[in-house]
Every structure is written in C-alpha cells, then in structure tokens.
Design a protein around this ligand. Structure first.
Ligand code: ADP
Ligand code: MG
Length: 786
C-alpha cells in the first residue's frame, strides 16, 4: 500500500515539475536577511562565534529536527563568517543557496570551480548541528583527506568536529574518524567499513563496529557516484582453505578457435560456444552434459575461461606485472588498484596467463554503491552535471536537482562538433588545431577516450614538437597537481576522462600568476578527441574551461569511424562527400554522432535498471538478515532459540556453566552459522545470476527466474541456521572457556580483504540492453518508413 502511494505521489510530482528541478526564486528575501545578520556576526570574537553556533545545536530530544527559517539565516551568517575567517573566502550568495538546497536534501548542480567544497562543508556542519552523523563521500582517498583538512578551520570555528578515513587508516583511526560529527571518506572506504562492520561479533568495544547508524550522506561528484558507479559492487572476501581454480578448463579453452568453436559479438562484450565448441569441451571434460543443472559450476568455469580467452586482451584490458594481473579501468584510463573481476573471471585470466592463482576466497558480503547510498535516511549531493541525470536520480534515489546559477555568468564559447569521415583526417585536424593554438601560448586541455588514445595523442604531439603532459598518473595527489597547472601559459595537457577529478583549473597556473595574460589569449581551450559515451561526460570536460566567469572555449572533434559511432550507430554514413581535409559538414553526419551518443546513454540506463532489478532483492535480503544479526548480538535471542530447539542439551549445560558463558556460546554459534549461510546464499545467487541467461533460455525472463530461485533460498536460511546451530551445540566441546569452534571445524575466515568488482565483459546485461535499444530504434525506423 505504502509503495503504491509512493508511486502515485511520484507520478504526480513528475506531472507537476519537469525536469526534476527545484525553484530558487524565494531566496532573494532569505539572502537579504543573511546579509543583515552577517553585519552583526562580524563583530563577534572567535569564541563568541563558536558559542553562537552552539546555540543552534539540537538537544537530545530534538535530534534530527530541521532548522526553521530564522535558524537557517543564522546558520548561513555564522557559516559565512567562519569561512571568511578560517579560509579568507567569503562564501558567495550562490554558495549559500547551494548549501541550503543541500540541507533540503537535493542534488545541487554548481559548475566546476564554483566552490562546492565549501558549500558542502557548510551544509555538512548544518546537518551535524541538527544531530545527524554526517558522511561526506568523495571519489577518492586523496580528496577525502584534502577536503577534510581544507575545511577544518571552518568547522573548528563552528565548533563541529571532523575526521577522515583512507585506505591506510587503522581500525582505531577509523573509529575515531567516524566518532567525529562529520567524516570524509571515499565511496569505497566508507563502503568497505560497512562490510567489515557486518562481521562484528559484538555491539561495541574493539570487536564492535567502527561506524554508527547511517545518518546523512553528502556526495561530492554525485553523478559519478550515483549513476556511473551505482552498479559497482563493493565486496568483502575471506580466505578459506578449499578453493579451486580450474587449470584444466583453461587448457581446454586455449585451443578453441573463433568462428568454429565460439562466436563473439561485434562489440566484443560477449562470447559463447558454438554447438561444435560445446561438443569439444564436453568431450574433454569426460563426456558431461555441460548445460545440465548438476554441472553449473563447470559451465560457469568454462564461460569464465572463454571470456578470458576470447574477450580480454593483455595490455588493453589488463597488464601483467610482478606475476600479477592488474586491471585497467577503461573509463578512467588508469590501473584500477582496488579492482578485480568477479572471482571466476579473475581466476580464468590468471590461468590464461599461466600465473599462480591469487587467493580467490569466498565472498563474505557485498553491497553495490547504490545499496550503500540507500542505507542513509538523508541523501544529498553536488556536481557540475546533475540535470542530465535528473531522471535517473529521481528513479533510483528519489532525489531532485537544484540548479544553482554561477556566481559570475559563464562566458565560455562552446563550438559545435567538427566532424570527420575517418580517424586519420580527424587526428590530423586535431594536431593542426593544437599546433596553431599552442603557438599563441594559450593553454590547451585535450580530453581523450582512454589510456591508449591519450598515449597515441601524446606521441603525435611529440612528432609535431609540442611538449605535453599526459594525465595517466597512478597517484591521485600527483594527478591533482598536474590538473592544477593545466591553465598555465603554454601548457598542453592530455587527459582521459575528467569526470570526478575534483581539482579546478585556474588560468595562469596554480597561483594564477599569468591570469591576465592567459585570459587575453582566450583562456583555457578544451579539445575533445571524440564524444564520450554520454553528453554529461562531455560537459564535465568542457566545464574545466570558463571557471568563475573566466574566458574559455571548447570544441569536440568527432569521426564517423569513432568507436562510439561504430558500436551504437553501426549504419552511420555521411550524407555528403567530405571536403579536401576530410571534414563533413552535412547535417546527416552530425545527426549520426548525436544518435550514437543517445543510444549509448540509453544502453547505460537500461543496464543500470536491469542490474538494480537483481541487486535490489539481494540488498533487501541483506537488510533483513542484518536486522536478525543485530538482534542476535544485542538481545538474548540466541539463548532462547537454542534452548527451545535443543532443550535437553541446553538444560544440561545450564547446570554446569555460568549464564554469561552460555550466553556467549549461544551467540557465537548462531552468528557463525548465520554468516556462513549468508556467504553460501551469495555464492548461490551469483551462480544463478551467471548462468541464468543460459539456463532460462526462452522459457522465462531471467529476472523472474532469478527471483524464483532467490526468494525460497533466502527463506530457508533461518531454519538452516537453527538446525546447524543445534547440531554444533550438541556436538562441540563446550566448557567454561566457551565453545571450541576450531576443533568443530567451524573457523571464521582467517583473513579478509575488500575490493570493487570491475565492470566486466562477463556482464550480459550490457549486451542485452544494447540489443533491446537497437531493436526499439529499428522498430521506430520501420514504422516511420511505412
Ligand atoms: P568545485 O568543487 O565546485 O569545482 P572547489 O570547491 O574546488 O570548486 O573550489 C574552487 C576554488 O574556488 C578553490 O580554489 C576555492 O578556494 C575557491 N573558492 C571557493 N569559494 C570561494 C569564495 N567564496 N571566494 C573565493 N574563492 C573561493
Ligand atoms: Mg569539487
């Protein structure tokens, strides 16, 4: 019923406002009041300023209550003054509007360089004063630390504490950081802590969780996190003794030939065995029927090996260094340190490269970025590009977008795409443009699709005698330093995607020394070497120029032979002959480029939707399980359960053992089996997921089939836990020292580790989505023809 009402309400809202943006017109009055308050607040000493802020802090009874208008005005005035004193930066009106919209729980769109870090910090302080624990999520560790330390003086004046976590933080440091009013951390670190806390066996103390209950999350670069990375699962794995990779399968697959034994789809995302290939494999495995239910393990292993063999290429998808496979994150264009493929595929690639298998372990728990964000009762965020994803933000997170105007109007000149027939004519034109512009000293930022292209560009520039810096550093801090200098006189910077880089580019270099000189040349000139998979990513790139009213310009060079066009608009043809430089100026070519980008956007959305259909169920189950688990930790549930199932044994034990010991024994046993069952459940689900499209075939839609398998399996868990726990209680050695789990063969993992799963070609969703979107478009075309 509630869900129904929400849907109706959602539909109604959609009807009322379109796009999903909020109205800012009422802020004039508020800003006047703030300015008036500011004149008073200015006169306060630092101590008085802190004391005045403390008056806004909610008491225990009022925790979480939003601020009324007077309080908001006071908070803005105090925050503005604290920033002026702490950073020598007086927040602009637009920053205060941004802050208030964040406090209203929206995603604010503010252009690059408008000062979102500060606006976000003031909002975080506001939420903290309301009594919410606040997490500020950044895209990487470097930014978490940078922003927390940068804003610290402002927080100090406001009497609010701040902490940060990064990959190297110890458990104690984490606990201290999360105990602060406001905690900065990258998405992955905060997520990994959620996963690690899930394994805690006590409610507090050193074995207890490091995080409190989730309160508010404020997400920087919100579109990157909420849309681009939403599907990424964060995984915690544990080592166990008995895992097997299948070197045998790798050997079998190695000799298979494309065309004869397997087929590959044109965009290299999927591969499958032909009838003949399947026969070869089945024979080599001893004449089994690969597609029967009992061999689903083998089928998964064969699939993984085939993907590793047919689709993943060394030095493009991954590199081998120090005897290990390192993934290349193709969208960000750098080595993905924390990432690996799903276990089966990782092992298959290791087997393909004849490397020793890394510990693959078992997945103990996992949560997607979207699921992680969904835990917070209050979500807000900021980014330079939110409007383009406003539909998704509403669909997946029930979030609305507030568009904050820039402090100084943007005067950047965005030229329409220059389109070429082929890659070589496009490249020649790009180099010519760079050479001509560089001769004037105007700084140039070149956005490329991936590492390979950035290096190709750098090579061509070297041939043309243009010195350049290539942004593919493996270190975020170094990367930020390079970006900061990209606006210097004469700078030429070649970069992969700019989204989520979090450093703004000042004209005339980091210290703005040559600002005037560079401004006279037209400011930063941004050149894209092709359209990105979404127009939002193009906007992120363009947005690096023209910051805070600076002059600037941008242009994208595209070609009909670009991968984006080839994959998403394969029948693209020029409407006219190219001119002598290979340039196309006909409207048809332009339409094909735009069409390809739109199809690509549609595919990504479909994939997101589809993955969410699967993960939503798992995440719901995870929540239910967690509640049960917390009950085991926090109440006497474990005792009551075991006393009721194994009455005799239980009463025997009560005669010889202390109550406290017995309580602990019951809890230890039940938690062990609960965690064990969840691990097994996750393994089962991932198996179902990986083979479902093969098994379901035409009978059912995969998602229904998935639900049909997942729901009953989950429902069995409580009984299974009870039965296994009863057995342990009956058979294990139980003394004053507790229960001897080790001798009973019930060991918790000796080591755990965390990683993010790389968006893998294993993913059949993308392929299916592409087919669907293409089919849809074909239908449209077909009906038009008629
Ligand atoms: P964004 O995240 O919106 O791209 P940042 O928060 O990185 O922008 O800020 C960009 C730059 O603007 C920083 O160097 C910051 O010091 C500066 N800045 C922010 N707010 C102000 C202000 N009110 N007055 C002057 N400079 C500011
Ligand atoms: Mg920023």
């Amino acid at each position: 019923m509630a869900a129904f009402l929400r849907r109706v309400k959602g539909g109604f809202q959609r009807f009322l406002e379109r796009p999903a943006t909020v109205d800012l017109s009422h802020y004039d009055k508020v800003l006047k009041s703030i300015a008036w308050r500011e004149s008073r607040v200015e006169k306060l000493t630092d101590e008085e300023l802190t004391a005045a802020t403390a008056e806004l802090r909610r008491s225990d009874e009022d925790t979480g209550k939003a601020f009324d208008d007077t309080e908001i005005v006071q908070l803005c005035a105090l925050g503005r003054e604290a920033a002026r004193r702490g950073l020598s930066e007086r927040p602009f009106d637009v920053q205060l509007i941004g802050m208030m919209e964040l406090l209203a729980g929206h995603v604010v769109q503010m252009a690059t360089g408008e000062g979102k870090t500060l606006a976000g910090a003031l909002a975080a302080a506001g939420y903290a004063l309301q009594g919410h624990p606040v997490h500020v999520m950044t895209v990487n560790d470097y930014l978490a630390q940078r922003d927390a330390e940068w804003m610290r003086p402002v927080y100090a004046l406001l009497g609010v504490t701040v902490g940060w976590v990064n990959q190297t933080s110890t458990r104690e440091e984490r606990r201290a950081a999360y105990a602060a009013d406001i905690t900065y951390g990258s998405v992955s670190e905060i997520g990994f802590d959620v996963l690690r806390d899930r394994l805690c066996t006590s409610a507090d103390g050193p074995d207890g969780p490091v995080q409190d209950e989730p309160g508010v999350v404020l997400i920087d670069e919100a579109d990157s996190v909420l849309v681009d990375e939403a599907r990424v699962p964060l995984v915690m794995a544990g080592s166990t003794a008995d895992h097997q990779t299948d070197p045998e399968v790798a050997k079998i697959v190695r000799v298979l030939q494309p065309g004869t034994h397997y087929q590959r789809d044109e965009d290299g995302r999927n591969a499958w065995l032909t009838e003949r290939g399947a026969q070869v494999v089945e024979k080599a495995l001893g004449g089994i029927d690969l597609y029967s239910g009992e061999h689903s393990d083998r089928l998964a292993a064969v699939n993984a090996a085939l993907h590793a063999h047919a689709l993943l290429e060394r030095d493009i998808d991954y590199i081998v260094r120090d005897g290990k496979v390192h993934l290349i994150n193709t969208s960000r264009g750098r080595i993905a340190l924390l990432q690996r493929w799903p276990d089966g595929l990782q092992a298959a690639v290791e087997a393909k490269e004849r490397l020793a298998p890394t510990e693959s372990g078992e997945v103990l728990d996992s949560i997607t970025v979207q699921g992680l964000v969904g835990r917070y009762p209050i979500v807000c965020g900021m980014t330079g590009t939110a409007v383009a994803v406003s539909e998704q933000l509403r669909e997946f997170y029930q979030l609305r977008v507030a568009v904050i105007p820039p402090n100084t109007p943007c005067i950047r000149e965005d030229e329409p795409d220059r389109i070429y027939a082929t890659e070589s004519t496009k490249d020649a034109a790009i180099i010519a443009e760079i050479v001509a512009t560089h001769a004037t000293g105007r700084p140039i930022l070149i956005g490329t699709a991936d590492v390979a292209e950035s290096e190709r560009m750098a090579g061509k520039l070297a041939e043309a005698d243009v010195p350049c810096v290539v942004l593919n550093a493996k270190n975020d801090a170094q990367e930020a330093a390079i970006v900061a200098e990209a606006g210097a006189f004469g700078a030429v910077t070649v970069s992969t995607q700019m989204a989520g880089r979090g450093t703004d580019i000042r004209l005339g270099g980091k210290d703005s020394a040559d600002h005037e000189k560079v401004a006279e040349l037209g400011g930063l000139y941004v050149i894209g070497t092709g359209r990105y998979p979404s127009s939002r990513l193009d906007d992120q790139l363009r947005g690096r120029a023209g910051r805070q009213g600076d002059p600037g310009g941008s242009v994208i060079f595209a070609a009909l032979s670009d991968e984006l066009v080839q994959v998403y608009a394969p029948d693209a043809t020029a409407g006219d002959e190219p001119d002598e430089d290979g340039r196309l100026i006909d409207p048809t070519s332009r339409r094909f480029i735009e069409h390809a980008q739109r199809v690509s956007e549609g595919v990504h959305l479909e994939v997101h939707r589809n993955t969410w259909r699967y993960t939503r169920l798992i995440e719901h189950q995870r929540g239910v399980l967690l509640e049960y688990r917390n009950e085991l930790i926090g109440t006497d549930l474990a005792e009551t359960e075991l006393a009721s199932i194994s009455g005799d044994r239980w009463s025997d034990l009560t005669e010889t053992l202390d109550d406290a010991v017995l309580e602990d024994v019951a809890r230890t046993i039940m938690l062990y089996h609960l965690d064990r069952c969840w691990t097994e459940h996750l393994a089962f689900l991932s198996d179902v997921r990986e083979t479902i499209h093969l098994r379901a075939l035409a009978r059912e839609t995969p998602i229904d089939e998935f639900h049909r398998a997942a729901i009953p399996a989950f429902k069995k868990i409580p009984d299974e836990v009870a039965a296994r726990s009863a057995e342990t209680l009956e058979t294990a050695t139980i003394t004053e020292a507790g229960v001897d789990m080790e001798t009973a063969g019930l060991m918790r993992p000796t080591s755990t580790w965390t990683y993010m799963v790389h968006d893998s070609p294993f993913d059949t969703d993308a392929e299916q989505a592409l087919q669907r979107v293409r089919a849809m478009l074909k239908k449209v075309k077909g009906s038009r023809r008629r």
